[in-house]
Design a protein around this ligand. Structure first.
Ligand SMILES: NC(=O)c1ccc[n+]([C@@H]2O[C@H](COP(=O)([O-])OP(=O)(O)OC[C@H]3O[C@@H](n4cnc5c(N)ncnc54)[C@H](OP(=O)(O)O)[C@@H]3O)[C@@H](O)[C@H]2O)c1
Length: 198
């Protein structure tokens, strides 16, 4: 299948690209500074990318920024970033991408474990993640032509934990997390939230 991966150069995205390519899919890699350029926080940028691409079989988003910090330090700007980037950035990939996706195609969005197991400082991220999960469940009922949508809520990724100097107990290597994305891409489910490692 011909699959657009947004956030293709990131810790999660790189592994997803490698996994999908190893399974014989044609992967189109996009990010702000990548081969194909898009800024999901800017609706016009998403529309321009789709206009350039033409039809694809599916879109996998591994991008989305939200603010980390104690609730008392989360300013309006930080909430706005979390809503406009992680949440609406991915929602807009779906809204503006529906006509670009072939019949029986798919969208896969990335939320995150903080929706279910937050930690102090994660309230804005948890908010965006929970909303993405609910969006996927709801949008699945509206998408036309057999198009599926699912959200994946990855656990803390080993490479990220290492880069941040955190212990790696209970984390998941990006390569293993990517297998959950491939399973959703190649499966039949819609309106589901997948927690890799469950
Ligand atoms: N890593 C984890 O432990 C973990 C766990 C659960 C959930 N998540 C979620 O998974 C997603 C990806 O995480 P990650 O750790 O892989 O992040 P990352 O390593 O920072 O990579 C982010 C990717 O998205 C691209 N990107 C960033 N802002 C963008 C924008 N505005 N428009 C388009 N592309 C953009 C980046 O490339 P450019 O800089 O070229 O744009 C890069 O390819 C995030 O939503 C994160 O919250 C991560």
């Amino acid at each position: 299948m011909k699959i657009l991966v947004v956030g293709a150069t990131g810790t999660i995205g790189k592994a997803v690209v490698a996994e999908l390519a190893s399974r014989g899919h044609e992967v189109l890699e996009a990010s702000r500074k990548g081969k194909l350029q898009v800024d999901i926080q800017r609706p016009e940028s998403i529309k321009a990318l789709y206009a350039k691409l033409g039809k694809v079989d599916g879109v996998v988003s591994c991008a989305g920024d939200a603010a980390f910090g104690p609730l008392g330090e989360l300013t309006d700007d930080k909430f706005t970033l979390s809503l406009e980037n992680k949440l609406m950035g991915q929602v807009n990939l779906v809204r503006f991408g529906v006509d670009q996706v072939n019949d029986n195609g798919f969208f896969v969005l990335t939320a995150g474990i903080f929706s279910r197991n937050p930690m102090p400082g994660a309230s804005a991220i948890a908010m965006a993640n929970g909303a993405l999960e609910s969006f996927a469940r709801g949008a699945a009922l509206d998408l036309p032509r057999g198009i599926r949508i699912n959200a994946i809520s990855p656990p803390f990724i080993t490479e990220t934990a290492k880069a941040m100097g955190f212990p790696t107990d209970g984390t998941m290597p990006a390569k293993d997390n990517a297998k959950a994305y491939a399973a959703v891409v190649e499966g039949k489910d819609t309106g589901k939230v997948v927690f890799p490692g469950d």
